[in-house]
Design a protein around this ligand. Structure first.
Ligand SMILES: C[S@@+](CC[C@H](N)C(=O)[O-])C[C@H]1O[C@@H](n2cnc3c(N)ncnc32)[C@H](O)[C@@H]1O
Length: 304
């Protein structure tokens, strides 16, 4: 059975959802505002003859025409004025909404699309600890940070489940981004093979890592600070169930996700399990809603 069939009971207009999942994903770039204004990046792309469209909900995003160079093959990309990033993957940093000068933990950061976006949102000031347990992927992150001129990033190579803050001389973060490894169902438009090898065993095993990383992030964030949890999958076992456990075990609560894209609320019941009713405040972004990939985003506030 197609694993996506599991979601027939919870996805609105399921046939439109399936049809959207089968269409190729529009290619997108984010303007790197550390190095260029939106107008300057647009002018450089136009001079190169690259056709693109602006996305109204996020002025820093352009979708590229189907024909023509890919997001990583333009001069604008080479010079770090733009970064090839799936449109929907720009949502979690926007929801985290960091301020310049803050201390931010990106728990699972490689290859660095969201970490460099955080740096841009913070005017490249403050400290962003970009952590990942995969050294090879961290090399890509370092390369991207250098190309984009993101100097506020400090890179660490730890298992986020038992992360130690001590090397940095501070005890807590103001904000944390928890963009965990997942079963990647929502990337099917970009990688049509992504569901090959899909199994419930994998969903359950990855959800164990997700739970531990999210709980560590809540513990490492100051009272009143914000944690954003995100995945690119539709599976409630990796989304609402993970956040539900953090809500039960840690001192935190859910806040509404505030973005201008259309989305469905998080589910509060799934295959006989019931979740905290506040999970309706999470966002399920489906491919048929905005012609994007799929994502899940939840925003938690730590403490009272
Ligand atoms: C969805 S990807 C992150 C994408 C990244 N946030 C970005 O925007 O470019 C998940 C990452 O989690 C990392 N990872 C998996 N298990 C981890 C763990 N226990 N601790 C830290 N990182 C982990 C993987 O190596 C992978 O790079």
């Amino acid at each position: 059975m197609d694993p996506l069939e599991r979601y027939r009971p919870i996805v609105d207009d399921f046939e439109a959802f399936l049809a959207a999942c089968r269409r190729p994903l529009p290619r997108a770039v984010r303007v790197n505002t550390i190095k260029a204004t939106v107008e300057r990046a647009a002018a450089v792309l136009e001079r190169e003859g690259v056709e693109f469209e602006r996305r109204g909900w996020n002025p820093q995003l352009f979708t590229l025409a189907e024909e023509g160079p890919g997001p990583g093959s333009t001069l604008a990309s080479f010079h770090g004025l733009t970064y090839g990033q799936e449109e929907v993957s720009t949502v979690p940093p926007l929801v985290l909404d960091p301020e310049p000068g803050e201390r931010v933990w990106d728990a699972c950061a490689a290859p660095g699309g969201k970490a460099t976006q955080l740096a841009a949102l913070m005017d490249d000031s403050g400290t962003i600890i970009a952590n990942d347990d995969n050294l090879g992927r961290l090399s890509a992150l370092r390369f991207n940070a250098e190309r984009l001129g993101a100097t506020a990033l400090a890179v660490t190579n730890q298992d986020a489940r038992n992360y130690s803050l001590n090397p940095f001389g501070f005890d807590e973060f103001d904000r944390a981004l928890v963009d965990v490894p997942c079963s990647c169902e929502g990337t099917i438009r970009k990688n049509p093979d992504t569901l090959e090898g899909w199994s419930m065993d994998h969903v359950h095993s990855v959800s164990g890592i997700q739970r531990d990383v999210l709980r560590r992030a809540v513990q490492a964030t100051r009272e009143g600070g914000t944690v954003v949890y995100s995945t690119c999958t539709f599976a409630p076992e990796e989304n609402e169930a993970v956040v539900n456990e953090a809500l039960a075990a840690e001192d935190c609560r859910l806040r509404e996700v505030d973005i201008e894209l259309e989305y469905a609320p998080g589910v509060t019941e799934w295959e006989g399990d019931e979740y905290d009713p506040s999970l309706e405040r999470a966002a399920r972004i489906y491919p048929h809603h905005n012609n994007t990939g799929g994502f899940f985003v939840a925003k938690l506030e730590v403490g009272a």
